[in-house]
Design a binder for this molecule. Structure first.
Ligand SMILES: C[S@@+](CC[C@H](N)C(=O)[O-])C[C@H]1O[C@@H](n2cnc3c(N)ncnc32)[C@H](O)[C@@H]1O
Length: 318
């Protein structure tokens, strides 16, 4: 396996995340998206010997980097796993383990985007792959060459909010009869021929690439499962911090936090609310976006949005 340990990722909203998580020196934390450990390293700096940090990533290169940097640190446990499996990982460390803070920094890391061989980017020509877990499940090429026109249209519309989804799907199906798509550049160039971008300075293939990545990695169902799994794993006053990079993810995070921060509507107006219907989360502030200065330093931060919630002590297991 090739691991470029020099490949860098600039952690987004780092001071804001540290403030949001309110790190206690002997607390227990989960970084569900290790990437290149920018957030994990900063959390560890605040932990003393009996603090604990679990790190997850579904990407073998990220996990190899985590092991090289923190594998010998007794405070750290590292898992190669999707974050939908966070409960099973936590139980391996200690059955029923709870966290004082859980961080999700969603999406892809710079090393993933910049490595042409991973096929995430139309800026670098590479195999049309896009799988975060290397070699697992269908690749983007399998989807582009195998899905029906209707299914491709649905994927581009639903996960890319692409207005020209139908036209692009039709063009793909016509072109792949002649030759299957194998490279990122082939697909990006073809899209540029048939569609225009509605946003200036955005390549016309941006939304289709986003849609394929979300679909190939099951990103929305991963997130939905992981948020539900994270809630009962938060200790009272434990903080949940989620950074998302596009509106579909952010909507899911916002709705999840709001749903659990409000009492069950079935009991609205009733004098006595059973414990299970009471809110389990409290929203912490408004969503946070990077300041202009951070975006200037790190343009990949521009669409980031951080949402934070705190676990209430309801006295019952969630
Ligand atoms: C934006 S990067 C995280 C960067 C990290 N916070 C840092 O400072 O270096 C996102 C990481 O999450 C991982 N990832 C995305 N979806 C995942 C999932 N469902 N399960 C586990 N890891 C996931 C990706 O492989 C990637 O390494």
């Amino acid at each position: 396996m090739k691991v470029d340990l020099g490949a860098a990722h600039t952690a987004v909203l780092l001071p804001e995340v540290l403030t949001a998580l309110r790190i206690r020196a002997s607390g227990t934390y989960l970084d569900a998206t290790f990437g290149r450990g920018g957030h994990a390293g900063a959390i560890l700096e605040k932990l003393i010997a009996d603090g604990r940090l679990l790190c997850l990533d579904r990407d073998a290169d990220a996990v190899a980097d985590a092991r090289a940097r923190f594998g010998r640190d007794p405070r750290v446990t590292i898992f190669l796993a999707p974050f939908s499996a966070l409960s099973a990982c936590a139980d391996q460390v200690e059955p029923g383990l709870k966290f004082d803070g859980i961080l999700f920094d969603l999406g892809v890391s710079s090393p993933q985007l910049d490595d042409a061989a991973r096929g995430f980017s139309f800026m670098h020509d590479g195999p049309l792959d896009m799988r975060m877990t290397q070699g697992e499940g269908p690749s983007a090429a399998d989807v582009v060459n195998g899905a029906s026109e209707a299914e491709l249209g649905r994927i581009f519309r639903e996960f890319g909010e692409e207005r020209m989804a139908g036209r692009i799907a039709r063009a793909i199906v016509a072109d792949r009869r002649v030759r299957p798509f194998e490279r990122t550049r082939e697909l990006a160039d073809m899209i540029a021929r048939v569609a225009r971008s509605r946003e200036r300075h955005k390549h016309p293939a941006t939304r289709v690439f986003q849609a394929l990545r979300i679909y190939v990695n099951g990103e929305l169902s991963e997130l939905e499962t992981a948020l539900a799994a994270a809630l009962p794993r938060l200790a009272p006053q434990g903080r949940l911090a989620v950074i998302s990079f596009h509106s579909l993810e952010d909507r899911m995070v916002k709705q999840f936090m709001r749903r659990h921060a409000n009492p069950d509507p079935v009991y609205a107006g009733l004098p006595d609310m059973p414990a299970h219907a009471r809110p389990t989360l409290k929203l912490v502030g408004r969503s946070i976006q990077p300041a202009g200065e951070e975006i200037e330093r790190n343009p990949r931060a521009r669409s980031a949005r951080l949402r934070v919630a705190e676990r209430l002590d309801t006295g019952i297991a969630a």
